[in-house]
Each structure stands twice: as structure tokens, then as C-alpha cells.
Write a new protein. Sequence first.
Length: 285
Amino acid sequence: MRILFLFIDGVGIRDAAADNPVNSEVCPTLCRLIAKHSKRIDACLGVEGLPQSATGQATMFTGVNCSKAMGKHCEGFPGPSLRKIIEENNLFLQLKKRGKKVTFADAYLVDSAEELEARRYKSVTTVMALTTPEVITTVDDLMEDAALMQDLTRETIQDRYPDIRVIPPQRAAEHLFSIARENDFTLYEYFQTDVSGHSLDYARACAVLKMYDRFLSSLVRFTEAAGITLVMTSDHGNIENMTERTHTLNPIPFIAFGPREKQIRDRVESLIDVTPAILNAFDLI
């Protein structure tokens, strides 16, 4: 049994509106998955205020309500207390204990895990990956099409790596599918949705969603044919409301598509349940 987890940052669920680019004309594949293979889950975690990335993602990847643990929603990069929770108990570590082959498909622009460890600021997924360095992929992996850039097409690194060719999103889907076939669990993080949501630029948000949807359309076909369960969720809302620069209180979609979709989806009501649901799916093989 194999699971491919797509973490798409900053996508909530909201009724159709002129300022909501998450619609079937812009991203038909995503909207179809939301309509047929998802449930609405809570990202607020019982804590007042707008949900934020650090505590939302930490909750998603540990099963601990990190907003309650911190007493607030924490944005950006996790601080020492939040990093400690992630380092002690995260999805990569739990899967490794169960003997699963795991990878983080986002390529880091570094030569080694030691170089990554030396960074002052680290995202939740980076803190998690450093607890199991074997999951980390680098520029060398990207050159061999064994990793993806966070922007899918590699356009954002052309100034630094002009020899690494730009690819269409459909080709990125092919690369991710090849990676997922070789691992029990594969994680790919995409955060351009959150970046464009903060921009208040509706055209930019539409362009980001359209590109991601082309990637997703190809990937869904590949995973369905191969019997890989596709899991997809976000950490908070944002891009679905392009009239506000902040995150939203909207629920987020939890999508599961494939052989274990019902088993996984039925167990998830909020971000707290994501990691336990995935671990349960592997434990019942």
C-alpha cells in the first residue's frame, strides 16, 4: 500500500463568489476531488483567531493540537517550543518506526542535510525532515528528475540553476508519480497558493490554481491506475477569498482518493486527525 500526500498551502472552502478563484472553471480537477472525494475539516483547532501556518502544519504532521499547546496560532517558522513537539513526534518518524520507506519530494537547494540544519529559519516540514535525513532530496535529485521544485515548473530557480530545464506541470506530475511508486509514503508541499492568496491579485491566484490543476489532473490519472491512495489537504484558508490579505476561518478540504480513501477520510474531522488516520491506514495492511 502506498500513499502520496499533497500538502497545498492556504486553500479553504467557500461558496462561489466573484472573488473566489477556487471554482470549476479555474481548477476543475481540484473542484471535482473536493465535490466527490473530500470532507470539510476544521483548521481553527478550538483556538481564537485566524489559523496560521506554523501551528496548523505542526498539528497536521504530529497529531498534536499545537495551537492549544502554544496557547495561540503561530505563523511562519516554528519557534523552539513548537520545534520540540515536531522533533519528538512527527509523521516521518512514526512511519520510519513502522519500517516504511518515506521521502519528501520537495528538493532543497542544498548539497547536504548538514547545510540545511545550519539554516536559522526552518519550516515545519524542514524540521520534520531533519529528524529523518534520509527523506531529504537535494539539487542532485532534482537534476535526475527524482525530486520536484516547490513551484512545479522550476522557473523560480532559473537565475541560480540555468542548466536545470523548465518543465510543464504535467511533467512534474510524471516525476512525482515515479517517486511515489518507489516509496510507501511520499510528501509533496506546494505553497504558491498561499503566496498568491496574500497578494490580493486575482489573476495571479487563477494562474497558480490553473497550473496546479494541470499537474493534479495528470497525477490523479497516474495514481488511480497504479492503485496509489492520494491524500490532499491544506493548513488554513486563504486563496478562496481574494478580497482579504489574511488567512480565513473557512474549513479546509480533506481529500482522499484511491484504495484506502474511505478508511482514511472517515477518521479525519480536523487537522489533529490527519497523521493518526494515515498511520492507521498503514497499520491495517
